[in-house]
Design a protein around this ligand. Structure first.
Ligand SMILES: *Cc1c(COP(=O)(O)O)cnc(C)c1O
Length: 245
């Protein structure tokens, strides 16, 4: 049974977010259908996910592997629900991601890619991944450091070398790049950094098939409009849908 109060609350929030997505896409002359809204359900109860599912959302984001495992087991009957793991992943927690995640957005080092690929083999699963890039240089953010690119080409070269190694791993499928920006950054900086990530993606062989496009996972509740302006294909929205945790 879906909770009716939650349903009404999330319906309004969802309509608001979808209107903002459409407006941002329209301004950027983009098709809003190219943009996947991931409802970041971390720390939200199962009832919240069920309500959003009833409203048509199929993509959910989690950032803790134990929480992902628990929710994926409880909602296993919703077979078209997709779990996006968006958090920093420790090696010892990678099994749950290999087992339950449909996408992994925060691949931030070679070692975790190798470990995931081994575990995916055990479960005979393939996992589409986004390489996380630290495009702003903020110290607390993980990912390949690319804040000095394009001036410092060696940052791109280091990322490219790891990308080529990851593409050899049989159970991972590189989809594109992901980034997180400083929370308090000014709007102009947000747009600049998002655009820089999009430019960086264009210089990388992110797909084995030349015609396939690469994806950009960027933008959260407070900055997704700028991310869409810069070409985001996946936005990860929590607070704007579910309220403050
Ligand atoms: C929590 C989280 C989000 C969603 O943030 P909101 O500001 O609540 O929209 C997006 N991406 C990552 C990696 C997160 O951890």
């Amino acid at each position: 049974m879906v909770n009716v109060t939650l349903l009404q609350r999330y319906q309004q929030a969802l309509e608001r977010v979808q209107t903002q997505i459409k407006a941002a896409a329209f301004q950027a002359q983009r098709d809003p259908k190219e943009i996947t809204l991931i409802a970041v359900s971390k720390q939200q109860p199962i009832a919240a996910i069920e309500a959003c599912y009833a409203l048509g959302i199929r993509d959910f984001g989690e950032n803790r592997s134990d929480e992902l495992a628990q929710k994926a087991q409880q909602l296993a009957h919703l077979t078209d629900l997709k779990w996006h793991f968006i958090g920093h992943l420790q090696s010892r927690q990678s099994e749950a991601v290999a087992r339950y995640a449909h996408y992994f957005h925060a691949l931030d080092r070679l070692k975790i890619a190798q470990r995931l690929s081994q575990q995916l083999q055990v479960f005979n699963r393939h996992l589409p991944v986004f390489l996380q890039v630290n495009i702003s240089g903020e110290l607390s953010k993980s990912g390949w450091p690319c804040a000095l690119w394009p001036e410092h080409e060696q940052e791109r070269t280091a990322l490219l070398n790891d990308l080529l190694t990851i593409q050899q791993l049989p159970y991972l499928q590189v989809q594109g790049l992901m980034t997180l920006l400083p929370y308090e950054a000014a709007n102009e900086s947000l747009l600049l950094w998002f655009k820089r990530l999009a430019q960086l993606a264009e210089t990388l062989p992110l797909h084995s098939q030349p015609a396939a496009r690469s994806y950009l996972s960027m933008g959260m509740s407070h900055d997704f409009q700028w991310a869409i302006a810069a070409g985001a294909t996946h936005i990860r929205v929590g607070t704007a849908l579910f309220g403050e945790i």
